[in-house]
Design a protein. Structure first.
Length: 582
């Protein structure tokens, strides 16, 4: 009996182990077939990597979608290719959906919903979404997870962690902590699997942004939501990408009828996003066109005659235009600490001055140093890089290329960008993609400056600043009488020949290392020459003495082996340099 129980207990473990090995073999087979690791390492053939991720299923699809927003890790070509990832997950039968909802809520479906559409209107890698109506008549959308998806993701993540040693060959590993990157992917995936987190995010975002000008946010019904079921208020509208298509067609036809609408939408999007950053410290990290709806209002609709207070400096109210922007999907959100927010504001204000040194110092203040940083070299690389972006319209800036190039500059100078800054840059780059179509003349800096200045004014402690300034002034006055005596002491030092001048030059360590390597090679060459000459003398002068002749021959062999080793080492270095240029 005990043996039978032991066998029964071991069966699930054996099955789990078999599943792990089967999945591991499948992943390795697909990665080899599409040459994924080599393509990632060389940042080439993104279409092959995308095809591999699609074949490997939901976890890899989500990883690709996450990487599509991380242009600090992959080139813009890869990011754009990953955005095309398609979910190949078959929708679950309605009986499976019903079972999941009833098991999660502990109630019959009819006890929660007056009506529930059995056909999903959307199906993705993690779950599918249905239209429904609550008992009180409120229309909602219900997102239900696929059964078993959590175990599948957990298995793939565990294999990711085992494969970490391979990931270090990705070229950007000096800028991005790969362990932290995998940990971030793990957090993102498990956060998406835990609907409670999206409930919290959606509730907070609703409280901060709903009815902010034309911005609308659907209410989250936490009462009916569980770990695997999410219930949101239904909001009518179509993806803003449909309106963007109309705008492109209007541009081609030189039609200006949509100009007022498109400009208002563009400014509303940018202003609301900057509000999320500088006022809320909590922003939507994935605002792509599929997550933003445009709702056209008609006479008789509830919000058609809505009026809001005038903008700063004006009295009275203004009527909102007859359209609204609706945010969706709160699974990926970004949060900014007050210190980081202040640093970002300093960057924006520094860009206003068009002073590269100030911009560089502001960037250094919000970045991590992974080694010795030559600030002057960093500023020199930054100058030509930033000059082309000063006061540019959004249509003139490629944010993905900008972020990737910025990472290269940072990597060359042992600087690691703060992950929150990277996420923020990605989110604004996504917004930029929409705004570039709506109003390419809109200047990013013109909109960002007022928010940054307002933040700095509100968080400036004038009393402390005055006290610090006063103390510095008093200290200066206290030291002023000592200046003549210190000047005379300095002159006496020069007069006595005791003065020393310390010269500091850039890349001193690299220069000394190069000199050291050259001296070592020179010494080795002298030793080898002496060894060859000495061995020749021993062989020729003691040809009748076998053991002395053997010493000479041994010297010859040693010299030849050392020379062969040096040749192989030199060829290997040339090969590495040639491969690095591919």
């Amino acid at each position: 009996m005990a043996q039978a129980e032991q066998t029964t207990t071991e069966q699930p473990k054996l099955q789990k182990s078999q599943n792990r090995h089967t999945r591991f073999r499948t992943i390795v087979s697909v990665l080899r077939r599409y040459n994924v690791l080599s393509n990632l390492a060389r940042q080439k053939h993104p279409e092959q990597v995308r095809a591999a991720f699609e074949e490997l299923g939901p976890t890899f699809i989500k990883v690709g979608q996450i990487l599509s927003s991380r242009t600090d890790i992959v080139k813009p070509e890869f990011a754009n290719e990953f955005k095309r990832l398609q979910d190949n997950v078959k929708a679950d039968d309605f009986s499976v959906v019903r079972q999941t909802i009833e098991r999660q809520t502990g109630k019959q479906l009819e006890e929660i919903f007056a009506d529930f559409d059995p056909q999903p209107f959307a199906s993705a890698s993690m779950g599918q979404t249905h239209h429904a109506t609550l008992l009180n008549g409120q229309k909602v959308v219900v997102k239900v997870q696929h059964p078993g998806i959590d175990a599948e993701v957990a298995l793939d993540i565990s294999l990711f962690e085992r494969a970490l040693p391979l990931l270090r060959y990705i070229p950007e590993s000096s800028v991005v902590d790969l362990r932290e990157m995998v940990a971030e992917i793990k957090r993102s995936l498990f956060n998406e699997l835990d609907t409670n987190i999206e409930v919290q995010n959606g509730t907070r975002f609703y409280q901060l942004n709903d009815h902010s000008d034309i911005i609308r946010v659907p209410r989250v019904y936490a009462k009916y939501s569980t770990q695997k079921v999410l219930v949101n208020q239904y909001m009518a509208g179509t993806s803003i990408q449909h309106f963007m298509a109309q705008v492109r067609a209007a541009d081609q036809a030189n039609d200006h009828q949509l100009d007022d609408v498109r400009q208002y939408l563009a400014r509303a999007l940018v202003q609301n996003f900057l509000k999320q950053v500088f006022e809320d410290g909590f922003f939507h990290a994935d605002p792509h066109p599929g997550n933003i709806l445009l709702r056209q209002l008609r006479p008789g609709d509830v919000d058609f005659d809505e009026a809001v207070p005038q903008r700063t400096g004006k009295i009275g109210k203004r009527r909102l235009p007859p359209y609204r922007l609706v945010y969706l999907d709160f699974g990926m959100m970004g949060e900014i600490s007050p210190a980081l927010m202040s640093g970002i504001a300093n960057v924006v204000i520094a860009v206003t001055t068009e002073n590269t040194r100030q911009v560089g110092k502001a960037i250094l203040a919000i970045s991590n140093r992974t080694g010795t940083v030559d600030e002057e070299a960093f500023f020199s690389e930054l100058a030509p890089f930033l000059s082309q972006y000063y006061n540019s319209g959004l249509g003139d800036i490629d944010f993905q290329g900008l972020l990737f190039e910025m990472v290269k500059v940072c990597r060359n100078n042992n600087i690691q960008m703060n992950p929150a800054v990277t996420m923020l840059g990605k989110a604004f780059g996504t917004i930029e993609g929409i705004v570039e179509t709506l109003d390419p003349t809109l200047s990013m800096m013109d909109v960002a400056r007022p928010f940054a200045r307002k933040y700095m004014r509100e968080h400036l402690n004038l009393r402390n600043e005055l006290e610090d300034g006063l103390l510095a002034t008093l200290k200066g006055l206290q030291d002023a009488p000592k200046l003549p005596s210190r000047l005379l002491a300095a002159l006496d030092t020069f007069d006595n020949g005791q003065a020393r001048v310390n010269l500091v030059f850039a890349h001193r360590k690299q220069f000394l290392d190069r000199i050291d390597a050259m001296v070592n090679k020179l010494v080795l060459a002298v030793v080898l020459a002496a060894l060859i000459v000495g061995s020749s003398l021993l062989v020729q002068s003691h040809s009748d003495n076998s053991w002395i002749t053997n010493i000479g021959i041994f010297g010859y062999v040693t010299a030849v082996l050392v020379i062969i080793g040096l040749i192989i080492r030199t060829l290997h270095r040339w090969y590495q340099r040639w491969r690095g240029k591919l």
